[in-house]
Design a binder for this molecule. Structure first.
Ligand SMILES: *Cc1c(COP(=O)(O)O)cnc(C)c1O
Length: 258
């Protein structure tokens, strides 16, 4: 008899998770290629960052077999326990969600990328922790492009000064800007958030020349993000299937589900 764990994983990932992931990754890559072609961009310049939250560590071994080498997680505890369980595999761990300052020390130990830098206090803490660990961290500055109070991220008005200040933290390697668009299936509302991030990047880059990339777009909207210039798309459910947890677990203040 199958255990409950086996039944649940089969429901979500299929009886052959490797085949499921290979198929889904190919679909996502085809969607990326189409969106790139439609906007006159080169698909090879667009990086797919798989978001693996809620996918159990042992299932992620199949994702690794399917060729994925960087995994994005939204919660630090979950990321740490998976990193520990999968130490035998060469994986780049990326943290994509808001980080409380008291968790900076954990992030500094194992993450390669952080896509939610949104305060000077956090930048300073990460820098000193990275110094202790003798490590560096690639960072994307999260900006609030939807004017929603509940969302994390720097206010666009604060971005130029923040970009200037990044030079004070030698252990942080600025890569670009990140945003969560307005939570909606209405692309007429979502796409302007992406366009806003692109314009903000064009300004921020004058304050810190390393802030070149745009991390934007998820399973439901990455084509729009690519058309507005996304360099990194963060895709979870289109690869790993629907999450059992509601989206409000990840975006506090947001009550619904797509
Ligand atoms: C979960 C998450 C994603 C991916 O969302 P999907 O709908 O699974 O594609 C992207 N970015 C962040 C910050 C996330 O937490």
């Amino acid at each position: 008899m199958a255990t409950l764990f086996e039944t649940e994983t089969a429901e979500r990932f299929g009886t052959d998770p490797l085949a499921t992931f290979q198929h889904n990754i190919a679909e996502v890559q085809a969607r990326i290629a189409r969106a790139a072609a439609a906007s006159g961009r080169n698909a090879t310049s667009i990086r797919l960052l798989p978001i693996t939250k809620t996918v159990p560590a042992e299932i992620l071994r199949h994702a690794w077999q399917a060729g994925l080498r960087s995994f994005g997680e939204n919660k630090i505890q979950e990321a740490m326990s998976k990193q520990e369980a999968l130490q035998d595999l060469a994986i780049d761990w990326c943290v994509v969600g808001h980080l409380q300052t008291n968790k900076a020390k954990y992030l500094a130990r194992f993450a390669q990328e952080f896509h939610a830098l949104d305060s000077l206090k956090l930048a300073a803490l990460l820098n000193s922790r990275l110094e202790l660990e003798d490590r560096t961290l690639d960072v994307y500055v999260q900006v609030n492009t939807s004017n929603e109070d509940s969302k994390f991220g720097l206010s666009p008005d604060d971005l130029p000064e923040f970009a200037d200040m990044l030079a004070l933290f030698p252990r942080l390697r600025p890569r670009g800007l990140m945003t969560l668009a307005l939570f909606s299936t209405d692309m007429a509302k979502v796409r302007p958030c992406f366009a806003r991030l692109r314009r903000l990047r064009d300004t921020a880059i004058k304050h810190n020349a390393a802030l070149t990339e745009l991390s934007m777009g998820m399973s439901g909207d990455f084509e729009e993000a690519i058309m507005e210039g996304a360099d990194v798309v963060r895709v979870g459910q289109a690869i790993f299937g629907r999450r059992p947890t509601p989206d409000s677990d990840y975006w506090p203040g947001f009550a619904g589900s797509l």
